[in-house]
Design a protein around this ligand. Structure first.
Ligand code: BV8
Length: 252
């Protein structure tokens, strides 16, 4: 923790990549832990797939609507808030910060994070498969599934499914950030889904120091400079606090 705090205290530009693990303490299941109840028998990796949507648009849109209601009722946790405070602290200092997330729950933004790069889109906007028009979630009639637009087209969540390309702009923003940071922190991700899992390597190749904050070991755990094992809600506030103390001590 001391070494990680020192890296953040001295960093000129920090990038944080998050996955479902950062929302686990807000009560939202990750992709590795099966859901309870109705959705327990479905594998998210199956449902979050473009083929699943075309095979059964009713089932997939019901699942996303259910995930939306969970995300809407969830609260950001201490991990989300620590990342928002980290951004505030670094940018106030004239230092760089970018948050890249694989999550679609919008909790980072509700915790106060700004300019979040949503690699895999967001559950809060749906779009018409016929016209491409976008609809904020609270304007959609979910009395029947799949929901339809006023043009009669089936509505789908504005998320990136397996088998779909990531949005160009998000990919570019994430690559630029990873290439130009000097500290890259991976939080709450199993680092198995591509191309998101590749950004830590882009950062390392560009000379960045790498930190992983995760409950379990991942394919990156051996390769990162510092691996902090534990929950993000507990470790991120401590890491930020340590970095701020070390920076303050330097400034004296
Ligand atoms: C694409 C949105 C090309 C929807 C998601 C290269 C190699 C191998 C495969 C591929 C490759 N390139 C592409 C592929 C195929 C595929 C892929 O990566 N497959 C993998 C599984 C082998 N990738 C794609 O299809 C991507 N598209 O590349 O397109 C293309 C180009 C042109 C034209 C057409 C196509 C699209 C991938 C995006 C899919 N969409 N989400 C939705 O959310 O419903 S992915 C989804 O799953 C998430 O967004 C996330 O990315 C992933 C889940 O991973 P995590 O977030 O890491 O969550 P997970 O549960 O796995 O892990 C949680 C971790 O947290 C655990 O390690 C746990 O220990 C930890 N944890 C738990 N609690 C806590 C904690 N840590 C800290 N504190 C806690 N409290």
């Amino acid at each position: 923790m001391e070494r990680a705090g020192r890296l953040l205290a001295d960093a000129k530009s920090v990038v944080v990549l998050t996955g479902a693990g950062v929302s686990a303490e807000s009560g939202l299941a990750t992709f590795r832990e099966p859901e309870q109840g109705l959705w327990a028998r479905y594998d998210p990796m199956e449902l979050a797939h473009i083929d699943a949507f075309y095979r059964d648009p009713e089932l997939v849109t019901r699942w996303y609507h259910w995930r939306f209601t969970r995300a809407r009722d969830a609260q950001p946790n201490d991990g989300h808030r620590a990342l928002a405070r980290l951004q505030e602290w670094l940018t106030r200092d004239g230092r760089g910060f970018r948050l890249i997330t694989q999550n679609i729950d919008g909790l980072h933004q509700r915790a106060g994070s700004r300019d979040v790069v949503e690699l895999h889109g967001t559950i809060l906007i749906w779009r018409c498969t016929k016209t491409g028009d976008q609809y904020p979630l609270d304007t959609i009639d979910f009395s029947s599934f799949p929901p339809r637009s006023s043009a009669g087209g089936v509505l789908r969540p504005n998320v990136v499914w397996f088998g779909e390309a990531l949005p160009e702009k998000a990919l570019e923003a994430a690559s630029d950030a990873a290439e130009s940071c000097d500290v890259f922190v991976s939080v709450g991700t199993s680092a198995l889904v591509w191309p998101a899992a590749g950004f830590i390597e882009v950062a390392r190749r560009s000379g960045a120091a790498t930190i992983e904050v995760n409950l379990d070991a991942t394919p990156n755990s051996e390769a990162v400079d510092i691996s902090l094992r534990g929950s993000s809600g507990e470790l991120l506030p401590r890491l930020l606090d340590r970095a701020q103390r070390l920076r303050a001590a330097e400034d004296q």
